[in-house]
Design a protein around this ligand. Sequence first.
Ligand SMILES: O=C(O)CCC(=O)C(=O)O
Ligand SMILES: [Fe+2]
Length: 233
Amino acid sequence: MSRRPTPDRHPAARPDLPDLFPRPPQTVAPGAVHLPDWLGEDRQRELLAACRAWAQPPAGLREVRTRTGTMSARQLSLGWHWYPYGYARTVVDGDGAPVKPFPDWLGEWALAAVAAALPGEPASAEPYDVALVNHYAAGARMGMHRDSDERSRAPVVSFSLGDSCVFRFGNVEGRGRPWTDVTLRSGDAFVFGGPARLAYHGVPRTSPGSGPPALGVRGRLNVTVRASGLTDG
Ligand SMILES: O=C(O)CCC(=O)C(=O)O
Ligand SMILES: [Fe+2]
């Protein structure tokens, strides 16, 4: 009998089931930390209201066409517009509108999450100036990828709202194993920096209808906050 040395699945990776016990912060890999219930109900409502406004055109939620097809999650950007595979100030692969501004408060939320998740990490010289908002309707997913179009290596901070999902956090070598599956629920934050900054990760599935009913999100929203390391001109 041999046991797999590193489990693929965190014991809590059951997005379809409610949690019976509080979930402690968990280091998934060096530099990658899950902060359960990081956003309280007020902040979740605040972020949701902001997402609803950002989702409206111009420069609102759109379908993203990559080299391999159309992403099933719809996306919008703030600060700098991400398109496959770069950043621009306008929606170059959509309606052409200027990207909406990145709000200072979201950068402050990101810095607070980094301070809690990676206490030893020196503050990045580059400011948080980009957010990508993904909306996952039932059945949407995101394949394994790296967030590698930023020049800055400041940690990425993700905030989740609505339906729970399986978030698969892998390694820097490639899309395959080893990986760890973590359940991200409404209000959770996940930080990946340092040696985990360029690790492959993805969302193999969400659990439709599992979000907190009072919040009223249909599907799942995820907001990743990043430092672009870019300057105009
Ligand atoms: O939805 C998520 O939790 C991950 C999103 C993501 O990896 C990305 O936007 O690059
Ligand atoms: Fe990503």
